[in-house]
Design a protein around this ligand. Structure first.
Ligand code: FMN
Ligand code: MN
Length: 534
């Protein structure tokens, strides 16, 4: 069955429409046996995530196994938990309604490829594309399913079947939340996925790392709050705002005040996916989701805060973070395969919860790869390649192996045309949005298939003189890096594994790669059966 056959409407209306599509595709397993959200769902899901690998007891299943819908969750009668919805290449394709992720990349490419039309015919040819553009912008609607139940009091975060994922986790964590904030200055909205540790009925941690847009909005809110306070000089306000955010306490004290935040859990897949996409800060994720689903995201106003949320969400949490309050968050078993250690983060205070009747709680687990997030990361890799080529036109292909957990290892192939170009490419990557976190970059020539780790190992290591070909640099590193000299700051390494040129000072002869000639290959092809080898 092809992906287009699975589609009933053009875009998935909501999580339920998407679950139905997964079921039609044979990609969903309903689990009716009682399971505990404390650790047990993780153990089950972890086994499923490792399916299809050599040595896995589920080696006969396709990689990533099925999505799981737990319908009998201990302590939460009637609740349902969806997990592993994005956990395979096929499900990622179905989520974005494509046969292959290259289709999304090609659509982006088409939009970037626009040149000024020459003559009427070319103008007419552009019309469908312009009409398409109109579909991407979010649309305000008066109400939606997320308002079926509105709880202004008498609500509790503990009502939801939130997982405790790993034994040493500090508690239960909401792991797949779309966190919505607004830039106090520009009014632009952001949707980012930042995990939330549940502290009690009405508060949770807000784990936006300091380089993320939620944290930047928080700093903007501090600027706004402090600049109205005569006790703070404008210079002091700047120091305070710049040094704070994410896990970092402001130097010079934090101003009183709050910033409104809303959280949507369980939306249509394009929207959930858009929350993890490392898009430039000025592009609203609502627009990205509209582009991906080719239909506008419908938004409704919150009840108690001035923010808009997806009308189709299963669960919406409304509330605020205080500008002068941080609390210990973590430890949490993270996608590095290790626990991320405890640190201070802002606290989310819930003011209202709205949800659908019998809401389906969507979640994920992270841990030792491969996990569900690995497939989401691979989708980002494919979709971003054409965008990376805007600033790095020589880029041929890129591979972020899942065990490299996205920020540790990036392998890129380039079409090299001038001396030192591999180092130029490394620096370009280290200055490109969240790719700044990349700890190790390996640059190879275009003849190396970066998706074949065996070939990369063979050629890259043959081609380097380590002392000559390694470039070290210092800069921001991922908050999850536990080995860097300081939190968020450390070193990175680039390996220039391209063939070295005389123009780069390499004057020794470069040997040819061993390849059999076509004539002999054809001869053996013809004889192969007769040889009786198999
Ligand atoms: C399952 C999952 C959990 C994540 N948890 C966090 C998190 O707790 N904190 C964080 O800063 N980023 C987290 N991320 C990564 C961000 O969602 C990602 O960097 C995103 O691009 C941030 O959006 P922004 O650029 O709008 O801030 C997570 C990603 C995934 C897939
Ligand atoms: Mn963003």
């Amino acid at each position: 069955m092809t992906v287009s056959n699975l589609r009933e409407t053009l875009a998935y209306r909501d999580l339920r429409d998407w679950i139905a599509a997964l079921e039609r595709a044979g990609e969903l397993k309903r689990v009716r046996t009682e399971v505990d959200p404390i650790l047990e769902i993780t153990e089950i899901t972890d086994r499923v995530s490792k399916a299809g690998r050599a040595g896995s007891p589920l080696a006969n299943l396709p990689p990533g196994g099925p999505a799981l819908l737990f319908e009998n969750v201990k302590g939460h009668a009637g609740a349902q938990v969806l997990i592993n919805q994005f956990g395979s290449e096929r499900r990622m394709n179905i989520a974005l309604e494509v046969e292959s992720l290259d289709e999304v990349a090609n659509r982006i490419h088409q939009f970037m490829d626009v040149k000024s039309p020459q003559g009427l015919l070319e103008k007419i040819k552009m019309l469908p594309m312009l009409a398409d553009l109109g579909k991407f912008f979010p649309k305000s609607v008066a109400s939606g399913p997320c308002k079926e139940i509105i709880k202004r009091d008498n609500f509790s975060l503990l009502d939801f079947p939130v997982l405790k994922c790993w034994p040493k986790d500090a508690g239960r964590f909401i792991t797949l939340p779309c966190v919505i904030t607004r830039d106090p200055k520009t009014g632009k909205r952001n949707v980012g996925m930042y995990r939330m540790q549940i502290y009690d009925e009405r508060t949770a941690g807000m784990h936006w790392q300091r380089q993320k847009i939620g944290a930047e909005h928080y700093r903007q809110a501090m600027r706004a709050a402090a600049s109205g306070n005569p006790g703070h000089s404008s210079a002091a306000v700047e120091v305070m705002a710049r040094t704070s955010g994410g896990s970092m306490k402001a130097e010079g004290g934090m101003p009183a005040g709050k910033m409104e935040v809303a959280v949507a859990i369980g939306t249509d897949p394009a929207l959930t996916f858009s929350a993890i996409v490392p898009a430039p800060p000025d592009i609203e994720e609502y627009l990205i989701a509209g582009f991906l689903r080719q239909s506008p995201v419908e938004l409704v106003k919150c009840e108690t805060v001035d923010l808009e949320v997806p009308a189709n969400a299963e669960i919406v949490l409304e509330g605020y973070v205080k500008l002068d309050e941080l609390r210990t968050e973590g430890p949490f078993g993270d996608h590095t395969g290790f626990y991320s250690l405890e640190d201070d983060y802002p606290v989310f205070h819930v003011t209202c919860i709205t949800h659908r009747k019998n809401p389906i709680y969507a979640t994920t687990i992270v841990g030792k790869p491969p996990m569900e997030d690995g497939w989401m990361g691979k989708a980002v890799e494919r979709i971003f390649l054409p965008l990376m080529r805007v600033t790095i036109p020589e880029l041929v292909d890129i591979n972020l192996p899942v065990e490299g957990i996205f920020h540790n290892l990036m392998i890129v192939s380039i079409r090299k045309s001038y001396p030192g170009q591999a180092r130029k490419v490394m620096n370009a990557i280290w200055s490109l949005g969240q790719a700044m976190f990349t700890k190790v970059i390996v640059v190879v020539d275009e003849d190396v298939n970066v998706q074949d780790l065996g070939e990369v190992t063979l050629k890259a290591l043959n081609h380097i003189d380590p002392e000559r070909d390694i470039q070290f640099t210092l800069g921001p590193v991922d908050s999850l890096d536990h080995s860097s000299r300081l939190p968020n700051f450390g070193s990175k390494m680039g390996i220039d594994a391209t063939r070295k040129w005389p123009a780069e000072g390499f004057t020794r002869p470069w040997p040819d790669e061993i390849l059999m000639d076509e004539k002999t290959k054809a001869l053996v092809d013809k004889k192969w059966k007769e040889l009786g080898i198999g």
